[in-house]
Write a protein that binds this ligand. Structure first.
Ligand SMILES: C[S@@+](CC[C@H](N)C(=O)[O-])C[C@H]1O[C@@H](n2cnc3c(N)ncnc32)[C@H](O)[C@@H]1O
Length: 183
């Protein structure tokens, strides 16, 4: 039976996604991997996070957010409201402060980057994630539409030939998906 995602519709609207295409795309990628350990950098109020958790009860998540445009309490309240307290770890702070720690301790199979959209910031994230001892199977970068994001993705790919990316422009704002060549 397909999970019921309709309870998250209002969060999708609040996050100004025009539709659920982005969430459904992520869930399809996660589904291909099975019960993943999911790390989202930039979770905001949790709309995408809840889609992923709802899709498979075996999934565990960790999120990093410095809450510049929402609050830590809002996300925790939402996590509690939807019954996911025991499946999510929230790290309050920046990618610079937490990403290396999250990679080291949580060892995610799937990383979703949707925080710092500057070229330099995203390059820091991609380098940190791929230099971890245990690298993820999939790294998804949101907002391909943003020239700073495209520059970071292309620069990283040029310098790291073992990581290949594909682009999906059919979903909201587009996304790049990195996979290591041998995987
Ligand atoms: C576009 S929103 C994320 C939307 C979310 N992924 C979703 O699907 O609803 C970006 C989030 O990243 C956070 N953020 C931006 N730069 C960050 C950084 N350098 N470190 C941690 N969080 C950051 C912002 O506070 C914001 O909550």
């Amino acid at each position: 039976m397909k999970p019921d995602y309709s309870k998250y519709d209002y969060l999708v609207e609040e996050a100004t996604y025009p539709d659920n295409s982005y969430h459904e795309f992520i869930v399809s990628l996660v589904d291909d991997l099975g019960p993943v350990r999911y790390l989202e950098v930039g979770a905001y109020k949790g709309s995408t996070l809840f889609y992923v958790l709802e899709s498979n009860p075996m999934i565990k998540a960790c999120v990093v957010d410095d809450f510049q445009i929402s609050t830590h309490e809002e996300l925790i309240d939402n996590i509690e409201k939807f019954g996911f307290l025991d499946r999510v770890n929230v790290l309050l702070g920046t990618d610079r402060g937490w990403l290396e720690y999250a990679m080291d301790k949580f060892k995610p199979d799937f990383v979703h980057l949707d925080a710092d959209h500057s070229t330099e910031g995203l390059l820091f994230e991609l380098n940190t994630v791929t230099q971890a001892e245990s690298v993820p199977s999939v790294i998804l970068v949101h907002d391909w539409i943003d020239p700073c994001v495209q520059a970071a993705v292309q620069d990283f790919a040029r310098k790291n030939r073992n990581w290949q990316f594909t682009v999906n422009e059919d979903i909201f704002n587009g996304a790049a998906v990195f996979r290591e060549k041998s995987k």
